[in-house]
Design a binder for this molecule. Structure first.
Ligand code: ADP
Length: 575
């Protein structure tokens, strides 16, 4: 054996391997010889001499037999020892014995091979030397835990490999007592999990890239939707619309809204995955959320001639929540209930307070969900097999988004369903009573003509988007000027002193944040209402726009009703 577990070269003889057995055999032979000698008389008759010689020959044969047996036992021991070391060395995992101080006492071939060293270079070296410097803490914690217990301890750690890159390994260690010395020994099994870790890493990278792609895709899809939707709303304001135009406009608007809804879901799911979605939490009554959602889904429910029963508690149940995000949750659940229930079916929506939990239930008498699909309905892109006659559209994002948004609020959502008999989704959220109930003034959504014509600056590098906004603002009776870059926006602001600036963030040359900051530094523009309009929400966008001095933050496509509210409020303030 060239490289023994202890790292020494040894040639073993029978005597050195079994000193005790040999000692006894020699003693036995000597004793027999003495006994025979003691019995030897002065003169021996030839008969007696013959008997003695025979006796001696018998003892010699006995001795040889015993010797033979010993040799066979030795051979067996040797074979089993070789088998043990073969197994020990051929094992696909590294195996080490460490002293209590962490020195390597023994290593198998695989262990030494993983570390790229010969065994003799490992013996009596600290095991910690084989560990990647940044992971030393992990190793020492592992050792402390190990020495404080008699159970198996595990850790994942990067090990150094001579003349190669570090690799990920799993260490599984136990403490044992050495058979001969009684010393404490750590037995460590080391498996190479580098490929596994790399696959994990690749998966995480792919996932991140998928989320980035989804975010970019939905952003790119959403950009053209904004001006289309605004253009349709503008058409709605025309008085001389004929029946055909009205019908066509309604179709375009409905389809664009549906498309916007899908694109927004895509964008949101990517946002929840990479932390881009930040909740804007405030005290809110669940009833308000429910009302919003019902209002959104009502047209679909009516169209499918379904009956919706809403039961709300007599006293408001308060949450600290992002109203629009929770409304999105309830809308998605109601929307599904309507989609997956045949025309004429029933839907129930109820809110109850149970202890410190607000419990919201959406139940339907619809198709139900198969037991196979049920555990996966909240997974992204999960959908039931669909025959073409009940193809309902959708991308399988809605419920994944529901789950992530509820979880962002610290709540839970569960489903129960029986195929053919309907489904029930139950959302639990912590109740949060507000300290003071600030009276909330209803926003002005009437779209009444402005109290006073305002000077408005519209800034967007997308010419179509800017033009549509300009037309919409003009329709409300205000004066508008347009700009398409940061510096021209700044100049127009200084020239005109507008009352309101609708400012796109992603501008060439000088971005919207910078333009806003500079405007806020101008004393004569101190009272100008600044409205940020962003393509899509990145992490911290709202906070950044507040810091830059914006009064409002809208995400494209900016809902024109909101723009009108802001203009109306500015006009009222200015009178
Ligand atoms: P989508 O509706 O776009 O397919 P969702 O994530 O909202 O995506 O739903 C995933 C799947 O769960 C649906 O395709 C449908 O098969 C099933 N599902 C969801 N809600 C219901 C419901 N109320 N009744 C029956 N099946 C439902």
């Amino acid at each position: 054996m060239a490289d023994s577990p202890q790292g020494r070269n040894e040639t073993m003889t029978d005597a050195t391997r079994h000193p005790t057995a040999h000692f006894y055999l020699r003693r036995l032979a000597e004793e027999k010889a003495q006994a025979i000698q003691a019995r030897l008389p002065e003169t021996l008759s030839s008969e007696e001499a013959g008997r003695l010689i025979h006796e001696l020959q018998v003892h010699q044969i006995e001795l040889e037999l015993q010797n033979e047996e010993l040799r066979r036992a030795q051979g067996e021991l040797e074979a089993s020892r070789a088998r043990y070391f073969d197994l020990y060395d051929l094992a696909p995992v590294g195996y080490f014995s460490l002293s209590e101080q962490g020195l390597i006492l023994e290593a198998n071939l695989a262990g030494a091979g993983l570390l790229g060293l010969a065994r003799r270079d490992l013996i009596n070296q600290p095991f910690s030397r084989c560990i990647f410097p940044e992971d030393q803490d992990v190793y020492y914690r592992h050792r402390r835990q190990l020495l404080g217990t008699d159970t198996l301890q595990e850790c994942e750690i990067r090990m150094l490999r001579a003349a190669a890159a570090p690799f990920w390994a799993r260490l599984e260690s136990v403490v044992a007592r050495d058979g001969e010395s009684g010393d404490c020994v750590c037995r460590v099994v080391m498996s190479d999990i580098d490929a596994h870790k790399q696959a994990e890493q690749q998966l995480a990278d792919l996932n991140r890239r998928k989320d980035e792609f989804l975010a970019m895709l939905s952003h790119e899809l959403r950009n053209p939707l904004a001006p289309i939707l605004n253009a349709v709303q503008l058409l709605q304001l025309q008085k001389d619309e004929n029946a055909v135009q009205r019908k066509a406009r309604a179709i375009i608007e409905r389809q664009v809204r549906q498309l916007t809804h899908l694109v927004n879901d895509l964008l949101d799911i990517a946002g929840t995955a990479n932390g881009r979605i930040q909740l804007c939490r405030e005290p809110v009554a669940v009833n308000d959320i429910v009302e919003r959602a019902v209002e959104t889904v009502r047209p679909l429910i009516d169209k499918r001639k379904q009956e919706l029963t809403v039961s709300l508690p007599p006293d408001p149940v308060w949450l600290r929540a992002d109203v629009s995000r929770l409304a999105q949750v309830v809308t998605n659940l109601l929307n599904n209930a309507a989609k997956y229930t045949d025309p004429g079916g029933r839907i129930w929506l109820s809110v109850q307070q149970e202890g410190d939990q607000a419990v919201l239930r959406v139940r339907d008498t619809g198709l139900g969900i198969t037991p196979a699909l049920l555990p996966h309905v909240f997974d992204l892109f999960t959908q039931a097999d669909r025959s073409s006659d009940r193809a309902q559209g959708g991308l399988g994002i809605g419920l994944a988004l529901v789950k992530r948004l509820v979880e962002l609020h610290g709540g839970t959502v569960r489903v129960s369903s029986t195929l053919g008999q309907g489904s029930e989704f139950v959302v639990h959220l912590a109740v949060h009573a507000p300290e003071t109930l600030a009276a909330q003034s209803a926003p002005n959504e009437t779209g009444e003509p402005a109290a006073r014509p305002l000077q408005v600056l519209v800034v967007d590098d997308n010419l179509d988007a800017a033009k549509i906004l300009q037309m919409l603002v003009q329709e409300s009776g205000h004066r508008v000027r347009m700009a398409h870059t940061g510096p021209t926006a700044l100049k127009a602001a200084l020239d005109d002193r507008p009352d309101v600036i609708l400012l796109d963030i992603g501008l060439p040359l000088l971005d919207g944040y910078e333009v806003a900051k500079r405007i806020r530094q101008e004393p004569k523009l101190r009272d100008t209402v600044l409205v940020a309009i962003t393509g899509y929400e990145r992490e911290g966008d709202r906070q950044r726009s507040q810091q830059a001095g914006f009064d409002h933050h809208l995400v494209k496509p900016a809902d024109f009703r909101k723009v009108r509210e802001i203009l109306a409020a500015a006009a009222t303030k200015a009178t």
